[in-house]
Write a protein that binds this ligand. Structure first.
Ligand SMILES: [Zn+2]
Ligand SMILES: [Zn+2]
Length: 165
């Protein structure tokens, strides 16, 4: 990869800010491999996050639509290219589709709706019944993000970024 491209990636990396990962529209052409910018061990993704992602994806491979069976977690922007371990960058793929995809940029690569264990509605309901919770902190200026909620199984607003997985 040329130095200019590397420079461009670090700029993108800086802009990506919140998630600290390159944008999915980084200048990697469809059919090309993402550049490898890191290697080695990465942290495990929690069982809860894995389960929520699988639920969000309706237990299907997001490429071929096959349901059930062994589904693998695929990083939309590959981890090796700086993609984050966050649910908006993770999707379910069957083994065949995941191996075929490898670290190529595909035409289907767009960030997806993140997952949460408790959306704003679920937290409000909880508070009504049980009083203030760990999640009662308010973020009046926060940008609301919609996320798949594993508690009510709806896509709803989440204002507290700590509740996004
Ligand atoms: Zn598949
Ligand atoms: Zn909910």
């Amino acid at each position: 990869m040329s130095p200019q491209i590397l420079g461009f990636f670090s700029v993108l990396h800086a802009i990506a800010g919140a998630t600290d990962q390159p944008d999915v529209d980084a200048p990697v052409a469809i059919g090309e491999r993402w550049p490898v910018i890191r290697r080695g061990e990465r942290a495990q993704i929690s069982r809860l996050t894995r389960r929520l992602i699988r639920e969000r994806d309706d237990n299907r491979c997001r490429f071929c639509g096959r349901r059930g069976g062994l589904l693998e977690l695929d990083h939309i922007v590959p981890w090796s290219a700086g993609g984050a371990d966050v649910s908006s960058n993770l999707r379910s793929l069957c083994h065949g589709c995941n191996s075929g995809r490898s670290n190529y940029r595909t035409e289907f690569d767009q960030f997806v709706v993140p997952v949460t264990h408790a959306c704003d509605v679920c937290v409000a309901t909880w508070e009504l019944n049980y009083g203030p919770s760990l999640h009662s902190r308010r973020f009046p200026d926060a940008q609301k993000v919609t996320a798949y909620c594993g508690n009510c199984h709806e896509v709803r607003f989440v204002t507290d970024p700590r509740r996004l997985r």
